[in-house]
Design a protein around this ligand. Sequence first.
Ligand code: GLU
Length: 307
Amino acid sequence: MAISDYQQVLDEITAEIQPLLGQGKVADYIPALAKEDASQFSIAIHTVDGRTFCAGDCSKRFTIQSVSKVMTLTLALQRYGDELWQRVGKEPSGTAFNSLTQLEFEKGIPRNPFINAGAIVTCDALYSRLSAPMHSMLETFRQLAGNKTIVIDKRVASSEYEFRHRNAAMAHLMKSFNNFDNEVDDVLWAYFNFCAIELNCVELAKAYNFLANKGIDHTSGKEVLTSLQNKQLNSLLFTSGLYDAAGDFGYRVGMPGKSGVSGTILAVLPNKFTVAVCSPGLNSFGNSVAGIAALELLSKKLDFSIF
Ligand code: GLU
């Protein structure tokens, strides 16, 4: 398919998923997210040679929630390399993203960096190496997405912090197993601020484009991750990026991806593009109903995946 046809494909997808909009349930365990309209939709592609295509409400920003875990891991890998894997595993979880029982059973070493415990311990590691973690994370997104107006939605961060008990329980459990170095509430505040960074789909696809480009940010030419780390991170996304539904996503879409409870999903087609989609109505696994359908349609229409 010629590159100019991406816009046509995104327009077709946006028309075809209309009946799904409003289906699913908006995440309401974070009160500030419960107010989102489930029928919103946008999708954007950013190619490794710098072209952008978008359909739907392209300027609407969403908090990226768990999609931020990919950048947390990226920044931690830059600082720790393989040493990080002493504190967090690489296996799919097979349980809910916020399971406490698995963490207890596995002695405080979370299964992977994309379930909440894994992201929080990665955040703890990062917190030890950054003097201003929230500033560093925000600047990273601003630089990679090429937009200085990107901000943190403090209302969402505060709402998450107020209802932090389950995430706090995980952090305390890890501390009891000596796998947590900093003050729990300090790290959680940083973690929730990372989750509450607001991006639209174009910005999200741009910010993570290095994942499709062997670890290089094509705008600046800078190496964000080594090509080996980039391959490893994409592999982990494929096996663990979609909560407990990574297998189904891999089967239907054939790309590495990461979802968040705001209904955001990022997917990577190596050497071609990153694609970001957002629609807040979630299925029972916490993944966007229309978002997954859109990515499945994209993979079918373009007839390419990583396989
Ligand atoms: N901030 C959310 C939480 O920690 C992220 C969850 C998600 O998007 O999966 O509960």
